[in-house]
Design a binder for this molecule. Structure first.
Ligand code: ADE
Length: 423
């Protein structure tokens, strides 16, 4: 089977020294990955394993790659979004760490998929995905590789939704561990990571003051909760639009205003979509917005804002700052679309900070090890992360923070295992 002999495709190898510094800076805040890297270097649990990863090529991902490499894996990486690549990191991965990486920030769709194919030329035994583009490409266009794959991991909510759909339709041919479903992933990465990095991206792109703004968050999943929490912390008035009754109720009791998006559309200064769904902000919402409204997406794919409708509504458009496009409408109103509707936290900022990716990527590394040990026993399906892995990540993270746990007494353990004692 043809293997990739190529070293990768990056913007400029000359950026590698900057990339190394940035990767090392992130490493300072990734203590769990550091421990895993030390163990993997000793034990080599992934010796000779071919791994293809389709992930946001960031300083944090580079640190995951180094853990897997320390464990003996041979890696090839490609980007999981055309706008999320940190070019200096991609350069460093190729030039300094010998990891073939196919990722250039601002790639067109054709190049994006060419890079996925190049990462697949590596003939992976394990796939790492963030959004399921790699897995879907293997299943649609590279079926010759399927027999060689032991299993895969999936990082994000959107990817897990797509993979479960594949599994339901009987299309999925190898087991996937849904890293997103680990508590030590979504409770922290989706909530605090997306919360902080989304505000960071919007701030870097626009230099807007949050205090006093009406911020409309579309979707109150873990990412929406995080964005709302952080926007409130910056002094914004937060409005939530949500389709699920329990989540809407939670948003109300968390202290936010909740209303249909058709009403919120008229009020918002800043809109953030985090639904995982298509056209969450649709033409009717865009038509109702105030002059000057800022529209951003922090969901995985660029489908959440109906950009085509915005283009059709506009009489003119221009870039007014990097990643900020102004659309002027017939009646003179101007709407500002950030990062083409792609995930603003990675396109306009650096994605989630290393401290939180430490846990997400510790789950990834331990899941790869789990697949090597047990993947061949698993049927093709989407599985949660084994509880022991989740617990291990939480324990290591707490230890790295110098925080100790309490323990149950023997009496308490017995009580919890019994039923006889009541009032
Ligand atoms: N997803 C969100 N933030 C990320 C980061 N910093 N690196 C990789 N994937 C991410």
């Amino acid at each position: 089977m043809a293997r990739s002999a190529s070293k990768g495709a990056v913007k400029d190898l000359g950026l590698a020294p900057e990339g190394v510094l940035r990767i090392e800076w992130a490493a300072r805040d990734m203590p769990v990955l550091r421990l895993l890297r030390e163990r993997f270097a000793r034990e080599k649990p992934l010796q000779g394993l071919r791994v293809s990863g389709c992930l946001h090529v960031t300083t944090e991902t580079a640190n995951l790659a180094l853990v897997l490499q320390a464990g003996g894996a041979q890696l090839a990486l490609c980007a999981s979004n055309p706008l999320s690549t940190q070019d200096s990191v991609a350069a460093a991965l190729v030039a300094e760490y010998g990891i073939p990486t196919y990722a250039v920030k601002g790639s067109d769709t054709q190049t994006y998929y060419r890079h996925i194919h190049q990462a697949l030329d590596h003939a992976p035994q394990v796939t790492l995905d963030d959004g399921a583009d790699l897995v879907s490409t293997v299943h649609k266009e590279r079926r010759d590789l399927l027999d060689g794959v032991i299993g895969g991991t999936e990082e994000t909510t959107t990817g897990v939704v797509r993979l479960r759909s594949m599994a339901r339709q009987g299309q999925l041919r190898y087991p996937i561990l849904a890293v997103n479903e680990a508590d030590t992933k979504h409770l922290f990465d989706n909530r605090y990571g997306t919360g902080q990095s989304t505000l960071d991206g919007i701030t870097r792109a626009t230099n807007v003051l949050w205090a006093g703004k009406v911020v409309v968050v579309v979707g109150y999943g873990w990412c929406g909760r995080g964005v709302a929490l952080r926007a409130r912390g910056m002094g914004a008035q937060v409005v939530i639009a949500e389709v699920d009754a329990v989540r809407a109720l939670e948003a109300v009791m968390d202290g936010h205003r909740v209303m249909p998006l058709s009403e919120a559309a008229k009020l918002g200064d800043i809109f953030v979509t985090v639904t995982g769904n298509i056209s969450a902000l649709d033409r009717c919402h865009l038509e109702a917005m105030k002059d000057g409204a800022i529209v951003a997406n922090s969901g995985h794919f660029n489908v959440e804002i109906n950009v085509k409708a915005l283009e059709e509504m506009a009489v003119s458009r221009r870039m007014v700052r990097p990643l900020v496009e102004e659309f002027s409408l017939k009646d003179g109103r101007r709407l500002y679309l950030l990062a083409e509707g792609r995930l603003v936290n990675l396109a306009a900022a650096e994605g989630h900070p290393p401290s939180v990716m430490d846990m997400s990527f510790a789950n990834q590394a331990l899941c790869v090890e789990h697949l090597v040990q047990h993947g061949r026993e698993l049927d093709p399906a989407v599985y949660g992360v084994p509880r022991e892995i989740d617990q291990q990540v939480a324990n290591l993270k707490l230890r790295s923070m110098g925080i100790a746990l309490d323990t149950l007494t023997e009496e308490q353990r017995r009580y919890l295992a019994s039923w006889e004692v009541g009032t």
